[in-house]
Design a protein around this ligand. Sequence first.
Ligand code: NAP
Length: 522
Amino acid sequence: MGFAERGIYSTNDLTNHHVANYASNSEHKASHEMMTLLDDVRLVRNHAYINGKWQCGDRFHAVENPANNQTVGYISMLNEQQIEEAIESADNAFHPWRKLSADQRAELLMNWYYAILEAKQDLAYLMVVEQGKTLAEAIGEVEYGASFIRWFAEEAHRSYGHTIPSHINNAQLSTLREPIGVAALITPWNFPNAMITRKAAAALAIGCTVVIKPASDTPFSALALAELADRCGFPAGVFNVVTGEAAMISKTLCASPIVKALSFTGSTPVGKLLLKQAADTVKKCSMELGGNAPFIVLDDMDIEQAVQAAIDAKFQTSGQDCLAANRIFVPRRHYGSFLSKFAEAMNNIVVGNGLDPKVTLGPLISASAAQNAARLVNDAIDKGARLIYQYQGHLSGANFFPPTLLADVTPDMAVYREENFCPVAGVIPYDNVEQVIKMSNDTEYGLAAYVYGHNIHNIWRCMRGLEFGMVSVNSVKMTGGPIPFGGVKQSGLGREGSSHGFDEFSEIKYCCLGQLPTASGS
Ligand code: NAP
């Protein structure tokens, strides 16, 4: 369906077109649990969204609830031709979309923003059953995800170029910022909503069209975002979501000369693979990869406050967060009291199904993730770490791992070197600021770092000395629309959010406007 037929300003109540799509969709629809949780069951989509239509694949793939291993629903496995079709539809939609005024694109984005907030509770339920986080965390993520849409809808009006003082006589020099074209967005399962909106909002606001490949473990959140975008009247082809086998989809997106930008969030090894695949067509690549965040408690910090902050920075989303405090550094003189207060605070954690309001920590995404957590703990203990605390409550399945506190973690341990992605907190004593900065930097990662303390001289030394893309002092909350999110070293390339977020989806065109000499005799 074209731009004119869709009416780009309408917020669209459900049309016959949507209801028909939903009916034809229902053969492989979601579990009874999911359908009973949601007020608006039409948000549950199991076909891919291409060119404004819901498309069925050759096969279906079961998505499991990590809290109980029950099937949440089935999603379509598309074939290569369908991925090509999605790319082509994004290409066809690109020129009309970029030609819209910034106001028009912003208005559609704001419609999408309000639609998401209106559906907040349902989107959060969807996320809990496919991802496993708690309902409170899921609601927080939906709000956080929506905030990027609002921010970029506003920023759409400010994607400025520059004028340049000319070094050429009688010439006007300037730059234009132009949308790059079709952008491929590949996202992970730990933040199934916000990792999509943080990319898509920037890309759409500046005038790109998108083909989104969500993680296979959490596709329903992405498809619900597509359903809402569809209701808001985004023109066909502007917003596409494809599901299926990761390697085939990524290869097809990377090999396509039509796709001009690749924005990936996920693990560092997959990021490296995609960079290689994208090299042949020289795509603009932005990579939001893994982290190994240090959490530095400075000597003058109140220990109780530091413990609470470290708990918050460690256990969000069951520790499956690229910003999770991976290595907690504590001055030697506060070490004992920090450990005992941390263990005491861990007593308040309740592990279970995220739908239960008493639960504060959900399952891990899979049984293999829980096995990996056990490997990290065993390796650390074998190498001399002390087990200070481990959750003793009932765990209702193989995807759960008991929150664990380890002391005397050292650089030779996997828990120090690797991104943990589980509820295991490793604590390390240190003697002085210079040493803790050096230890913090002793990693191939460089995403985020936390510092807690009062002395401005020491804080400043940390802020300057830490080799991380983001340093947060005395605040666990650091992200949001206005800030440039991203890492250095092997944590990634490029930034998401803020005006820098446009850089990944645009090109700078330099224009030199000379003045022809006046023709003789005229
Ligand atoms: P992942 O395994 O790298 O997967 C991310 C995406 O890549 C998924 O869509 C996945 O598809 C796809 N993929 C996986 N293997 C692939 C392959 N061989 N070829 C092409 N595509 C492939 O990462 P994850 O486990 O989902 O997410 C956790 C990681 O993301 C952590 O390292 C975390 O730090 C990072 N992360 C970083 C940020 C940030 O902003 N820096 C934010 C969140 C997460 P399937 O799901 O279909 O396999």
